[in-house]
Design a protein around this ligand. Structure first.
Ligand SMILES: C[S@@+](CC[C@H](N)C(=O)[O-])C[C@H]1O[C@@H](n2cnc3c(N)ncnc32)[C@H](O)[C@@H]1O
Length: 266
């Protein structure tokens, strides 16, 4: 597996040694007094899984590129700043590995988690799965009786993202156009991040349940009303902010980016 962060890669065999995980003690490097253990494939697989769990906080997936203390991404996730859910970290690693750069930011991710948590029995949807980072944030707020469906038209991305959620039957990753989501509507939360946002905004609003929350990110804050972008009125943002079926507002997610959040009127 390729490393998600700069620095030398650790050869696969080294990952299995005690020095990289105190819990992976069944396989040891050879010394004068300790003969090398013969590793049958099944032992190796079992040990590899133990290393994964130890390094990802108990979840059986995640990047194995380096021990956690020397991986900036995962160390940041668990030791500094605000905690990032392990599945989000795994999705970020998958994005790095695939060279996918359009994942949502942690600020947007926390908004997604909040929205999912506000609808504990909800039907949650996302258009444009990407590498699964937004999906993982939504998942981190998902109630035990909620359902999360996400659609991605890039089949390779969809397949990889599906792997991150294979252990949770509340989550469905659809490979295909965002309109595949329609069969699961109406939505209590809709993170519209791929198709729909620009090409069929009226339909996006239609797919919301009464009281359903719509989240759209990647806007640039504007001091004007109506909001402007690149010297022009931003018609798309204005459409959502003034839609008669929505109570909508724009919030800063960082000093230089914003999101539109709306609730469908009853
Ligand atoms: C901004 S990225 C998604 C990032 C992801 N939601 C996240 O938060 O990490 C947009 C994604 O939408 C996908 N996409 C674009 N048009 C689409 C469509 N019509 N149907 C499904 N997916 C689409 C793109 O392939 C891309 O992966």
């Amino acid at each position: 597996m390729r490393c998600c962060c700069p620095g030398p890669r650790i050869p696969a065999v080294k990952r299995l040694t005690a020095s990289h995980s105190p819990r992976a003690l069944t396989i040891r490097p050879s010394t004068a007094t300790t003969p090398r253990t013969t590793v049958r494939p099944s032992d190796r697989q079992r040990s590899d899984r133990r290393v994964r769990r130890a390094q990802t906080g108990g979840v059986p997936y995640g990047c194995l590129c380096r021990p956690i203390a020397s991986c900036p991404r995962r160390r940041g996730a668990v030791m500094t700043g605000r905690a990032v859910p392990p599945r989000v970290v795994a999705a970020q690693c998958a994005a790095s590995e695939a060279g996918f750069t359009k994942s949502c930011t942690p600020e947007v991710g926390r908004l997604l988690r909040l929205a999912a948590a506000a609808k504990p029995h909800g039907i949650i949807a996302e258009s444009g799965t990407g590498s699964g980072v937004g999906t993982a944030w939504l998942h981190s707020g998902l109630g035990s009786r909620a359902r999360l469906t996400t659609a991605e038209h890039d089949v390779v991305l969809a397949r990889r993202a599906a792997g991150l959620f294979a252990d949770d039957d509340r989550v469905h990753v659809l490979a295909g156009d965002w309109r595949l989501l329609e069969q699961h509507a109406p939505f209590d939360v809709f993170f519209c991040d791929g198709g729909g946002k620009r090409d069929d905004p009226e339909r996006v609003v239609d797919l919301l349940a009464p009281g359903g929350l719509l989240i759209l990110d990647d806007f640039t804050p504007s001091p004007h009303w109506p909001p402007r972008f690149d010297g022009e009125v931003d018609e798309l943002r204005t459409f959502y902010l003034t839609h008669p079926s929505l109570d909508a507002t724009e919030i800063l997610t960082t000093p230089v980016s914003s999101a539109v959040v709306g609730a469908r009127r009853l």
